[in-house]
Ligand binder design. Sequence first.
Ligand SMILES: [Zn+2]
Ligand SMILES: [Zn+2]
Length: 270
Amino acid sequence: MAYKNRMDLHTHTDNSFDGHHSIMYMCEKACEKGIKAIAFTDHIEVDCYYEEHYDKVTVQAYFEMAKARSAFDGKIIVCAGMEMGEASYNPEVAEKILNDHKYDIILGSIHNLRGEDDFCFLDYFNNDVDEILNEYFDEICGLANWGKFDSLAHLTYPLRYIEGEARIHVDLSKYSSKIDEALRTLAEKDRALEINTSGLFNKIGKTLPEENIVRRFRELGGKLVTVGSDSHYADYIGRGIETGMDIAKRSGFDSIALFSGREPIEIPIE
Ligand SMILES: [Zn+2]
Ligand SMILES: [Zn+2]
């Protein structure tokens, strides 16, 4: 079904090491696609913030977002955001970053276990997948407890590589008590759960997290969901957003959250 209120609250520009296009070009493309709001959420990895020079990137990205917001005023809502990875591994640095600029939306994510490489680089044939996932969900609970973000990004991220790439089947019910704990914490803190649609176009072929986790979040009292494509290319902005909105609706949500000045605004699913 075609929705008019399409928003993409998870995108990467060339201010991310793995992004490809400028903010201005991405705004232009998003307007062409009829998207109502776009959040730029370039990567900030808290566990290597200074070592990898993310401190310089944040300043650059923030001012480019402010420029785009005024250039596209009246055409598209531009949200200044960031995807903050591993905030709970160094809350002191995370909180400093949050105080440096006035953001609209902060995505919280976990891309790696402490001291380890990104889940995309792990060898799942020679490591214990169960152990990795137990540790991942523990870290997700820790991040949810820290809670100073607005939406939890791509919950179940390691499955993109374990199921999608290594083709190892995972029975998520084994981790349901940890997943429930994280979802309950998000609900209690009025934080949003992101429906990340990038997985629909990867080998895994489903959203991160998948629909039954979104439904479980609702059952546990979750009120806010965001939808994001996690696009790293201008052409992919908005990909899968309508499927994400369908999933939210089927899971019992009647709105998708937009964020302004880190306050949620509920936009009806229509
Ligand atoms: Zn991410
Ligand atoms: Zn991302």
